[in-house]
Design a protein around this ligand. Structure first.
Ligand code: SF4
Length: 465
């Protein structure tokens, strides 16, 4: 079958889709880059925000019309399939296949079943029935069967270290759709990283919903997240090791010290605050106060002084007052984040917040507060980036800049005088660095002298390594 996979959502979803490409290709199917001409369309969709799910509902409407004129197999995978369950197939009869995030290894068998005209469904059990050893082994098979040649980038790759979440922030659906927390065996993670390094990848990003809660116990031996970093950092060819997303509560001194002491662990800390107000943090069930979050930032600055900090905020959470909002603006002003991901609250069906709290902040006020947080971060981001002007940073050149990609789409040729294009790369602190150079430098490392800064990126001149 020719299969088109559309991925909507976080890095975990992108990684799942990458692994699925390997899985279905090994089963004899062909992956195509456009839905036109595909025999099967699969949506691998996040449930965290409404936007991704809305897109799929609209696609399913179009697919139903397409199915009326030609055979087409339609599947929904991942968190959305798990959250909606069989209801989705009842409301959208165009759906032939549903597969929860813990069942993705079943996809080839599900495709075979759906192909015979029967609806194919594999959803994860309720989180009260945690996966047993056989289930875990089956889930592991997806990651372990990975073909390193299929990473979307030739320089870097994501590696999952944990599944699920036990934190239960009240606004979040993840603990209900991705199930209980489970840390993968360190030897499996190491084997996967080695495979990727042997295939020429040099930047590895470890993924987990609460990555720094990683903890694996076997034979009386405990591997904490800092131990895992130490173990992986010894692997030859590993130039950069990153991890996302951390929970502030689990950012202990041991982890900060590991970041300081292990030269290939990048000085990058993504620590979502979500709010600067104790009252809101409590209603969100985040498990820390503003004071404890401030202490974390102070320890990070003391132990890893060159670390880049990145934050997340939700604005307009139920009951958020002007004073609560002012506390978030204040936190952004104090923290010195490189950037912050800022979202307006929208209730997600099935979450504790949706059941317990009235969505009582009017949309216009949410929008205004959102703009105010963005403006505060714009100022903070500019000040943060400005301090790098004049410095030389190691940059991994990841591709052409967005401006250059637009030119490519318009079929404009590179500067005829120089043949150079605008390249984009990432510093060790994950700054976006834009610089002119030949596209032969993509997927290589360079030293860039920083000449200018904006609120979101740095501009530099390349010197060869
Ligand atoms: S830590 Fe909170 S926000 Fe993050 S995945 Fe778990 S429940 Fe969701």
């Amino acid at each position: 079958m020719k299969i088109y996979i559309e991925t909507l959502g976080c890095q975990m979803n992108r990684l799942d889709s990458e692994l699925l490409v390997g899985l279905v290709t090994a089963a004899g199917h062909e992956i195509v880059s456009h839905r036109r001409g595909a025999d099967a369309v699969l949506y691998n969709t996040c449930s965290v925000r409404r936007h991704a799910e809305d897109k799929v509902y609209s696609r399913l409407g179009v697919d139903a019309k397409r199915k009326a004129v030609r055979p087409l197999l339609v599947g929904v995978l991942g968190c959305m399939a798990q959250r909606e369950g069989k209801d989705l197939a009842r409301r959208y009869p165009a759906v032939d296949l549903l597969c929860g995030p813990g069942q993705l290894h079943e996809l080839p068998a599900l495709l075979e079943k759906a192909r015979t005209g029967r609806r194919a469904v594999a959803l994860d059990p309720d989180r009260k029935t945690p996966p047993d050893a056989r289930d875990l082994e089956a889930m592991e098979s997806l990651d372990l069967s990975r073909d390193p040649a299929r990473t979307p980038s030739r320089s870097g790759a994501f590696v999952r270290v944990m599944r699920g979440c036990d934190r239960f922030c009240t606004y979040c659906i993840v603990p209900f759709v991705r199930g209980p927390e489970h840390s993968r065996p360190p030897e499996h993670i190491e084997r996967e990283v080695k495979k990727l390094l042997d295939a020429g990848r040099s930047e590895i990003t470890l993924l987990g919903q609460t990555v720094n809660r990683y903890r694996h116990e076997t034979g009386g031996k405990t591997t904490r997240f800092a131990d895992l970093l130490a173990r992986l950092s010894l692997l030859p060819g590993l130039r950069r090791l990153r991890f996302v997303t951390s929970h502030p509560v689990d950012f202990g001194r041991d982890l900060l010290e590991a970041m300081r002491d292990l030269p290939n662990v990048c000085p990058y800390i993504h620590a979502p605050a979500q709010s600067g107000s104790d009252a809101v943090l409590k209603r969100m069930n985040r498990g820390y106060t503003r004071g404890q979050y401030d202490d974390l930032l102070a320890s990070a600055r003391e132990i890893v002084p060159d670390a880049t900090l990145v934050g997340d905020f939700i604005t307009g959470f139920p009951g958020e007052t002007d004073a609560d909002h002012a506390a978030s603006v204040d936190l952004i002003g104090q923290a010195g984040y490189k950037n912050a991901f800022i979202f307006k609250y929208s209730p997600r069906p099935g979450t504790p917040a949706e059941k317990r709290f009235e969505d009582d902040v009017p949309e216009a006020l949410k929008r205004r507060r959102n703009m105010e947080l963005l403006a505060a971060q714009k100022t903070a981001g500019r000040a943060h980036h400005q301090q790098y002007v004049g410095r030389v940073l190691e940059v991994l050149i990841t591709g052409k800049s967005a401006r250059e990609q637009k030119k490519d789409r318009r079929k404009e040729s590179p500067d005829p005088q120089t043949g150079l294009v605008q390249l984009q790369g990432r510093s060790r602190g994950d700054h976006i660095v834009l610089m002119e150079g030949p596209d032969s430098l993509i997927d290589t490392y360079a030293q860039a002298r920083i000449t200018a800064a904006s609120d979101l990126s740095l501009f530099g001149e390349i010197g060869r390594e």
